[in-house]
Design a protein around this ligand. Structure first.
Ligand SMILES: Nc1nc2c(ncn2[C@@H]2O[C@H](COP(=O)(O)OP(=O)(O)O)[C@@H](O)[C@H]2O)c(=O)[nH]1
Ligand SMILES: [Mg+2]
Length: 410
């Protein structure tokens, strides 16, 4: 019974607002216009219902919800394909709809939907605006710590298969620290990781690019997928010697060009571009789409940073490939509670760290430190060990800064 009621929660819009909207006959369009949201009909490359696939668990949960509501025909299965300033758009088999949150979601009793979430959508026969009743169990969620002492995490997206860690080369130079922490956050969520090195046309030489590719592989392991992209904004296409950049990339064990990205995000795969503002994420998606659908921005020469043009989180369907989520750049990515991800990315280092004599060994000169032993015996990579120790230390410090009653999920 509780479930049935749960399925019939009220709309969060006040009945007054709803009533007046209905009286004015505005419907969903009125809501959209009032909020300055883009018209759904105007959006290109929105994935079709069949471009994403719910898991068995998500299907079962949907079936259980509708069964508890007496197979209410108003309920539909869908996924959130867009969030414009937190206003969701949901793709169902029948349509693409703007939706509001059910009261229990709005009040915070239930999880808020993120892009990629499979949801139960109520499409009321009489009312105008669809309602997200519940978020179905997530296959995974990409989350980041908000930095507060309460240990709250922001869900960047859900049900993502492949995180494309995007970082420009040339300019300020590669940030291996940023790549390492992005890989940890992504692996912690259970997603696979690829690294995209963008703007390779700006590197001084093919040899320099080869060094960058090699250093990412040295950091994340020889199996790491590193894909190099160049001249995607068109402006510099003629000046750059793309052939020699490609050759250098392949020799260093990387892959090159848009086809390499299409291969990683194959049909049926949901990817997400994760990187700082100005990294070239939207430009990459436009190149994959073959037209300028996403807004891009000029970066500041001083620090190579963009100005956060991308305010919406949205999915686009890449022709001949899968779906990619574009989201606003993240300025910082502080780590806390991502131990699982750290273990996954730096497995051999994490394993040795667990074998030190002291359980709380900080690996800074204590006796019986297995890491120090392995390093001096040449059994561990310096680069990987340094990155591990840096991030593990940061996670410990951050965990210590949380309020004492906060416990992080293991
Ligand atoms: N030289 C060069 N510049 C690029 C390339 N891709 C993107 N840019 C530039 O980088 C800036 C930021 O790109 P944008 O796609 O908006 O970055 P986002 O914030 O990550 O989405 C824009 O000025 C682009 O023209 C590239 O392949 N080569
Ligand atoms: Mg962008």
């Amino acid at each position: 019974m509780a479930k049935r009621n749960a399925g019939r929660t009220k709309v969060r819009t006040s009945s007054l607002a709803r009533g007046s909207r209905a009286r004015r006959g505005e419907g969903a369009d009125g809501v959209r216009e009032a909020r300055g949201l883009p018209a759904l009909e105007s959006l290109a490359h929105v994935p079709a219902f069949g471009d994403c696939t719910p898991t068995e668990a998500q299907r079962t949960a949907f079936a259980a919800f509708t069964a508890a509501c007496g197979q209410d025909p108003e309920l539909e299965l869908g996924f959130v394909c867009r969030l414009d300033r937190n206003f969701p758009a949901v793709r169902t088999e029948r349509a693409l709809e703007r939706a509001e949150h059910a009261e229990r979601i709005f009040k915070g009793d239930l999880e808020r939907p993120a892009v990629g979430d499979w949801v139960v959508l109520r499409r009321p026969a009489v009312h105008d605006v669809a309602l997200i009743e519940q978020v179905l169990p997530r296959k995974q969620a990409l989350t980041r710590w908000r930095g507060s002492r309460r240990g709250e995490f922001q869900v960047l997206a859900a049900n993502v298969d492949e995180v494309l860690v995007t970082q420009p080369v040339g300019g300020r130079g590669l940030s291996l620290d940023r790549i390492a922490r992005s890989a940890v956050v992504a692996s912690d969520s259970g997603a696979a990781v690829s690294v995209l090195l963008t703007k390779a046309d700006r590197t001084l030489s093919a040899a320099e690019l080869a060094r960058d590719v090699a250093s990412v592989r040295a950091l994340l392991g020889e199996d790491a997928r590193v894909c190099v992209l160049a001249s995607l904004d068109g402006a510099t296409a003629e000046e750059a010697d793309l052939a020699s950049l490609e050759e250098a990339t392949l020799e260093a064990g990387g892959t090159f060009g848009l086809d390499a990205v299409r291969e990683v995000v194959a049909p049926g795969v949901v990817g997400l571009v994760l990187g700082e503002s100005g990294a070239g994420k939207s430009t990459l998606l436009n190149a994959l789409l073959g037209e300028s659908v996403l807004d891009t921005t000029a970066v500041r020469a001083a620090d190579d940073a963009g100005r956060h043009t991308t305010v919406a989180r949205r999915m686009v369907k890449i022709p001949g490939a899968g779906v990619i989520i574009d989201c606003p750049g993240l300025r910082s990515l502080p780590l806390v509670g991502h131990g699982q991800g750290l273990q996954e990315v730096f497995g051999e280092v994490a394993e040795l760290a667990g074998e030190c004599r002291f359980r709380d060994c900080t690996h800074t000169g204590e006796p019986g430190c297995r890491i120090a032993e392995a390093l001096s015996a040449g059994e561990l990579s310096d680069v990987r060990t340094r990155a591990y120790l840096e991030l593990a230390g940061e996670m410990r410090r951050h965990a210590g800064s949380l309020d004492p009653d906060v416990t992080l999920a293991p």
